[in-house]
Ligand binder design. Structure first.
Ligand SMILES: Cc1cc2nc3c(=O)[nH]c(=O)nc-3n(C[C@H](O)[C@H](O)[C@H](O)COP(=O)(O)OP(=O)(O)OC[C@H]3O[C@@H](n4cnc5c(N)ncnc54)[C@H](O)[C@@H]3O)c2cc1C
Length: 173
């Protein structure tokens, strides 16, 4: 059974984001405990500030794990930049689309490329983040598709069109 404690212990973003939030909440509580309301109007397991792709992915992941989630959005629309962006997403490491196009790629190859010390931009990348990104890329396409995102059968292969396209760009339908 997913308890709130287990959920917070096991969810990846909890360890990154919510832990930070918990620390700042504790500090805020020290300062403002006297101003806290005695009665709350609502309760939720996870509160997400912002309905962009990051916030919505976090919210959906939390819901998948059985949490009650509340998303707050300050803008007129939900979706953030994702409602106007180009719909192309840099994924590699052996995604379904890459396999279908006969592109041989693995998380290890992607990591090696994105941490190449000879590359003027990639050498600045944070290895720990690149490692996570490389490992999670193929699963990210699967996760997005499982949650209703549809990809075009085409994609941009690395090195094509212009110098910006060093990665495999997957095109969202
Ligand atoms: C024109 C354009 C084209 C792009 N094309 C591509 C592309 O093709 N491929 C690609 O990979 N990337 C692209 N990008 C970049 C990509 O869209 C963004 O990096 C991504 O959408 C950012 O998502 P996010 O959730 O981190 O932030 P955002 O999309 O900025 O979402 C943050 C949300 O939080 C809300 N918010 C902020 N503060 C608060 C608060 N205090 N309380 C409540 N809500 C709050 C905001 O209103 C917003 O809705 C493009 C960006 C633009 C602008």
């Amino acid at each position: 059974m997913t308890t709130r404690r287990n959920f917070l212990k096991t969810s990846s973003f909890a360890s990154l984001g919510l832990l930070g939030a918990a620390v700042s909440t504790a500090k805020a509580a020290d300062v403002a405990s006297s101003t806290l309301p005695s009665k709350w109007d609502g309760e939720t397991d996870v509160l997400v500030a912002g309905s962009g792709i990051a916030g919505m992915s976090a919210a959906i992941s939390a819901m998948d794990k059985g949490a009650k989630v509340l998303v707050l959005e300050k803008g007129k629309n939900y979706g953030g930049c994702a409602i106007i962006n180009g719909g192309i997403i840099a994924l590699g490491g052996g995604t379904r689309t890459q396999k279908e196009h006969g592109v041989e790629d693995t998380p290890e190859l992607l990591y090696k490329k994105l941490t190449n010390p000879a590359h003027h931009e990639y050498r600045k990348n944070t290895p720990e983040l690149v490692k996570k990104y490389s490992e999670w890329c193929p699963g990210t396409q699967v996760w997005l598709e499982e949650h209703g995102v549809r990809f075009l059968p085409t994609f941009t292969k690395p090195g094509k069109y212009d110098s910006q396209h060093h990665e495999s760009y997957h095109h969202i339908w």
